[in-house]
Design a protein around this ligand. Structure first.
Ligand code: SF4
Ligand code: SF4
Length: 434
């Protein structure tokens, strides 16, 4: 039995080194009908229907794209109910009574290596669209869109930086699924007819880097190498990663593909492997559950659709149960807060943080400039905040808040505990209106 966490610092050092816990799949699994990107959906199954694991059970509509909905277990559709989604909103979920057989949809056929070698970029796009592959690093951006161009790609960057504090799920994935992640990278080399892949990982993960470097020495892994990068936040932001790995500055408003670069999160690469090799949608993922509000922070390998409460129980429940809790889905800097633990783990939930609530009163701005010095996109958060308070739309637009990546640093550094990032989010909404 591991010792209970006594400080936040303990959680950082402990988690990445322990193997992930593989849970029994719960008796009931929940699949979201809508999500943050898709407000409409059509569900093809009704109560009492049998479903296979990986079966198409509905379609979400995101306006400019559709997103297939798959069941992550085999069993019987048991009803519909509302729970919190990672977006922080309550949405409807399909409830499936798990038959614990894990029977895959028989229509999903694997591909041989010879078939995969002949796939075009357009074929990859179609496979990933059908498998509803999205950015599993938390972006939830539809992955197939990255394949819908004919740009010459010179280098593929794999984002394994996981730069937000506390989260170590990608480290566990890389250690436990080394061969599949490398195979997924080879598929990307086929898709983009590209000879070079760089795996960007923080320098501090020395044993992980050594493990990958040794494996990559084999002839069949030619063209793939590890690129250690700095241990700071927001190093995982794609623009910062490209600058560190390649020395290229991507100007605001331009895409990495215009510079011959494609980039993918390492969890997404694992999902791409399953989709291309087996035609299977993502049905499980690695996730960190941590923070000083739970007893035993842990990394899990978990079935998509598992209720968060199941994971919290496996973490030994709440530490200091008498104290109010703060729930964050995603990292502490960019994650979304949740009003309760009544939440379902969907495929883009990288982590759940549970903190004991600490009251911090907002003070007046003392014009210290910390938010301005810290902003990685060279914005002036304090001025934007003032413009929002004054409802000065022209000034807001002139300060260009749409460049903000919502990294949360301006809030983190604010000596007066002002939630500066919330003002910038509001400024972005103003800037998008006429
Ligand atoms: S959240 Fe704040 S620090 Fe981060 S990019 Fe936006 S304005 Fe800059
Ligand atoms: S960090 Fe906070 S106190 Fe300092 S200038 Fe920015 S908003 Fe004001």
């Amino acid at each position: 039995m591991i010792a209970p966490v006594t400080t936040i610092a303990d959680t950082k050092g402990l988690l990445g080194t322990l193997p992930s816990l593989r849970l029994d799949v719960p008796d009931y699994i929940y699949t979201a009908t809508d999500n943050a990107r898709c407000s409409k959906s059509e569900i093809f199954v009704k109560e009492g229907d049998h479903v296979y694991m990986g079966q198409l059970i509905g379609m979400r509509d995101g306006g400019f794209f559709k997103q297939p909905i798959h069941s992550s277990v085999s069993g019987i559709v048991d009803g519909f109910e509302e729970h919190y989604h990672r977006s922080g909103k309550k949405v409807k979920f399909v409830r499936v009574k798990n038959d614990h057989k894990d029977e895959w949809d028989p229509s999903l056929k694997p591909r041989s290596d010879e078939e995969i070698a002949k796939l075009s970029r357009a074929d990859f796009s179609k496979i990933l669209e059908d498998c509803a592959m999205v950015g599993l690093g938390g972006s939830s951006f539809p992955t197939y869109v990255k394949f819908n161009n004919d740009k010459k790609i010179e280098v593929i960057l794999i984002n394994a930086i996981e730069c937000e504090p506390y989260i170590t799920a990608d480290v566990r994935l890389m250690e436990e699924e080394l061969e599949k992640t490398i195979e997924g990278m080879k598929y990307l080399m086929i898709a983009f007819d590209c000879k070079k892949v760089l795996i960007c990982v923080k320098k501090k993960h020395k044993s992980l880097i050594k493990m990958y470097q040794e494996f990559l020495r084999r002839d069949e892994n030619k063209g793939i190498s590890v690129c250690p990068v700095g241990n700071f936040y927001p190093q995982g932001w794609e623009i910062a990663m490209i600058k560190s790995a390649l020395g290229i500055d991507i100007p605001s408003g331009h895409l990495p593909s215009e510079f011959g670069i494609a980039n993918f999160n390492v969890s997404t690469v694992w999902g791409i492997y399953e989709a291309v090799k087996y035609n299977r949608p993502v049905v499980e993922r690695f996730i960190s559950v941590t923070g000083d509000g739970i007893r035993y922070p842990s990394n899990f390998r978990v079935r998509i659709g598992t209720p968060l409460k199941v994971l919290l129980d496996k973490c030994g429940g709440y530490a200091d149960p008498e104290k109010d809790k703060v729930f964050i889905l995603g990292g502490p800097m960019m994650g979304a807060s949740l009003p309760s633990d009544d939440c379902i783990i969907t495929k883009t939930v990288t982590s759940v943080l549970v903190f004991n609530h600490v009251a911090a009163e907002e003070g007046p701005c003392i014009r210290c400039g910390s938010c301005v010095y810290s902003c990685p996109t060279h914005l002036e958060p304090k001025q934007i905040m003032d413009a929002v308070k004054a409802f000065d739309k022209e000034r807001i637009k002139a300060l260009n808040p749409l460049r903000c990546i919502e990294c949360g640093l301006c809030t983190y550094v604010c000596t007066s505990h002002i939630r500066v990032t919330d003002y910038i989010r509001r400024a972005k909404m103003f800037a998008k209106t006429k």
